[in-house]
Unconditional design. Structure first.
Lengths: 306, 272
């Protein structure tokens, strides 16, 4: 459905996307993860044929966005990072106006709108103006709107940012159902749980390039250990790096934070026994499974990106 | 539930090829939906303003004007000028805040560009909508002028297309300006130093021959002067083909130049 080779986006001297390669197959849910400024949105906007490719090749549905942008956009649905709903029109009119951009007959739009509003649980608000709706409702309406043209690929840029947990779970459920109906999805997010829930395969982006790519479980296997043992210390001046040195060999990798020491190991329990045997007494301990978040932080670092 | 089956099923109207609408028409439809919300107030205004202006300026102020202006009653003199000035104002209003809203506040242009529409469709659709608004407003204006007995030639009907052209000659370059703005502060400058002085000094209320000598060529260089002269000539039935051609050419050139600039400024703003 989407093939990119050496895909590059530059704004003046700034390189937003630096020669990435990827392929997205039919029916697949593909995620782009990364800190702010990693190049996710720029990549998405190129796939959505809303932003010209600076260099490299990109094919969407077998076509070149440079020449067939309009035709491609006719077959994809786009959920932008910022809603572009018309706040002064009603929910239904927003769908109607949007469907008319695709030149769908009014009757077809009305039929689909009814189904889509039902699907996104907005039927009761069909004749209300958009402005007073909650953030979650607006987001759902944006998704309903992107589906009005019955797209083959759905492009979602941070679909649940700023939503409460209920709204997020409802959206995830709807996206999962769409996936089951065979709609290919490309999703950016910086929520790891969202990526794990929704994506068959994902790429971790950093500085405009791919730091890693694969299924969530593969990435965890490759870039982290099965378990993580967290040793927590109440005293913020604890020399966690020094402790790590004493525990050398107990774990595959250590991460020393001001109040915590993380031990990446396949067997957290036996590592903990060993820690106690060495006479260490952390204030609290936690053994947990490795998550995508561990992978993400390992690949993109803990420092804040602004 | 399932969402409507993918297009291609027999009898599916999306694939059963019917006549497709030109893409710019699709973006114009948005503005028509928008207008659904405000059309009552807008149409009322379109009727009320000409009545108020013609009554106050034409009949009221005009009663103080002894004798004839440019060979006609004062009311007859200002009525066609007011029509052209109104077209300018509509063209200006519709290409400032609505353009800014479509870029920044509601981001409607971006919604359009996520569909098969392109930048040129977005611009042409918006200008086409402005032309439609101008058609409504100038038609109503002309009807009211007729009711006031100020229409003296069958050619007056051409004041409608001239009004549309005059409005677009402002709308296109102003849209180019608006699309390059980061906020709306520049708009008050356009009103203060553009539209309002033009309204007052382009021959609407008095012949520009009464202006100081050095100001006359300045007035003649402004677009509204040409719109006013055209409308007046048509409504009073005293326009030479040569001068009509010159006025129209001026307004067409300005509209086309404005369109080219607007397309450039839209591309720069909307496609990054």
């Amino acid at each position: 459905m989407v093939v990119a080779r050496g895909l590059t986006k530059r704004f003046g001297d700034f390189v937003a996307v630096d020669g990435i390669d990827f392929e997205i197959g039919r029916g697949e849910s593909y995620g782009l993860l990364g800190p702010n400024g990693a190049g996710k949105t720029s990549t998405m906007r190129m796939i959505a044929c809303m932003s010209p490719v600076t260099e490299g090749t990109l094919r969407v549905l077998g076509m070149d966005p440079a020449h067939d942008g309009s035709r491609i956009r006719g077959r994809i649905g786009i959920v932008p990072q910022e809603d572009t709903l018309d706040l002064e029109l009603t929910v239904l009119d927003n769908l109607m106006v949007y469907g008319r951009y695709f030149d769908l007959p009014r009757r077809v739009i009305r039929e689909r709108a009814e189904q889509l509003l039902d699907f996104t649980q907005l039927s009761e608000r069909a004749h209300d103006k958009v402005d007073p709706l909650s953030g979650g409702m607006k987001r759902r309406l944006t998704i309903a709107r992107s589906l009005i043209s019955d797209p083959e690929i759905l492009i979602l840029d941070e679909p649940t940012t700023g939503l409460d947990p209920q709204a997020r779970h409802l959206l995830w459920d709807r996206l999962y159902r769409l996936k089951q109906q065979g709609v290919t999805q490309v999703i950016t997010t910086h929520y790891m749980d969202e990526a794990e829930q929704l994506c068959d395969r994902l790429a971790v982006m950093d500085g405009g390039t791919f730091a890693a790519e694969g299924a969530p479980s593969e990435l965890i296997a490759q870039y982290s250990t099965r378990e993580v043992l967290e040793l927590r210390f109440r005293d913020p001046d604890t020399d966690t790096a020094g402790i790590a040195a004493r525990l050398e060999g107990l774990a595959e990798r250590f991460e020393a934070l001001p109040d915590r020491l993380l031990l990446y190991t396949d067997d957290g329990e036996s590592a903990l026994t060993e820690v106690h045997r060495l006479g260490l007494a952390p204030d609290s301990t936690l053994i947990r499974r490795s998550t995508l978040e561990d992978v993400f932080l390992r690949l993109t670092g803990r420092s804040l990106v602004d | 539930m399932t969402i409507t089956t993918r297009s291609g099923a027999p009898g599916d109207t999306t694939t059963a090829r019917r006549l497709t609408s030109p893409t710019w028409v699709r973006s114009m439809r948005y503005w028509m939906y928008q207008y659904k919300r405000t059309w009552r107030g807008s149409i009322t205004t379109s009727f009320l303003y000409p009545v108020l202006y013609l009554a106050a300026m034409g009949l009221g102020l005009g009663s103080l004007v002894k004798g004839r202006v440019d060979g006609v009653r004062y009311l007859d003199f200002i009525a066609p000028g007011l029509l052209a000035s109104t077209a300018m104002q509509i063209g200006g209003n519709e290409s400032m805040y609505p353009v800014m809203a479509a870029i920044k506040w509601l981001r409607t242009y971006f919604a359009m560009l996520a569909t098969p529409l392109t930048v040129i469709d977005v611009l042409v659709g918006h200008l086409a909508w402005i032309a439609l608004r101008l058609l409504m407003v100038t038609s109503i204006y002309l009807a009211i002028m007729a009711a006031f007995g100020t229409v003296h030639s069958a050619l007056a009907i051409l004041a409608i297309p001239v009004g549309i052209l005059t409005g677009l000659a402002f709308a296109a370059p102003i849209a180019a300006f608006a699309a390059a703005q980061q906020n709306d502060t520049g708009f008050s400058t356009i009103y203060r130093f553009g539209l309002i002085p033009l309204f007052l000094f382009s021959g609407t209320f008095f012949p520009i021959a009464l202006l100081p000598g050095w100001l006359q060529p300045v007035a003649q260089a402004t677009p509204l002067y040409h719109g006013v002269a055209l409308c007046r000539g048509l409504v009073l039935g005293r326009l030479s083909l040569a001068s009509a051609g010159a006025h129209v050419a001026y307004l067409v050139v300005l509209t086309v130049a404005g369109f080219v600039l607007a397309l450039r400024s839209y591309r720069r703003r909307l496609v990054t």
